[in-house]
Design a protein around this ligand. Structure first.
Ligand code: FES
Length: 177
């Protein structure tokens, strides 16, 4: 366990942190790319750009954008996002990233979950909740969609910022705002 990680993510509870580690293992076995070990020096963006932060790996290292953009179309790359929340980024065609990221935190009781490539769903191993590609609930017990974030590539890094607008899946103010 990286002793530095909890210090960088003070809002993540111990249970969520443990779930994060477990979830990344599950994600890796389900064909999701989990980044670690990237080392690059880039000035921190935290606190600026409308609350945007730079995507990092689970060890707290900045992930070069080119590293993720080189992945095949359809890949769900798991990175540490806002407040260290594990967040899925989706690779689109032409080596671009979906501008919407999905936070890997089940809205039932907070477990992390893998992406199931065959079913094209996020499937929570704790109590069986399932979510569609956009994070909408397909099957409970979860009854709220997954939290969204904005994703943008700027220079050599990936920026993640809070989603505070209307939730396109419910056409309502997001439950997390
Ligand atoms: Fe995911 Fe219960 S925590 S279904």
């Amino acid at each position: 366990m990286d002793a530095n990680f909890p210090q960088e993510t003070p809002s993540v509870s111990r249970r969520q942190f443990l779930n994060f580690l477990t979830g990344t293992t599950l994600a890796a076995t389900a064909g999701t790319v989990v980044y670690s070990g990237a080392k690059i020096f880039i000035p921190k963006a935290e606190g600026g750009l409308g609350g945007a932060i730079i995507a990092k790996d689970r060890l707290g290292n900045v992930i070069p954008a080119r590293q993720i953009l080189a992945e095949p179309t359809g890949t769900r790359a798991l990175v540490a996002g806002l407040a260290g929340e594990p967040t899925y980024l989706t690779l689109l065609e032409n080596n671009t990233l979906d501008s919407v990221g999905i936070v890997n935190n089940c809205t039932h009781l907070g477990c992390t979950f893998p992406w199931n490539e065959i079913d094209q769903q996020f499937q929570c191993p704790c109590h069986g909740s399932r979510y569609s590609v956009d994070g909408a609930v397909v099957r409970g017990p979860a009854n709220r969609p997954l939290k969204l974030v904005h994703v943008a590539v700027q220079s050599e890094v990936i920026l993640i910022s809070p989603w505070t607008e209307i939730d396109p899946r419910t056409n309502e103010v997001p439950w997390w705002v």
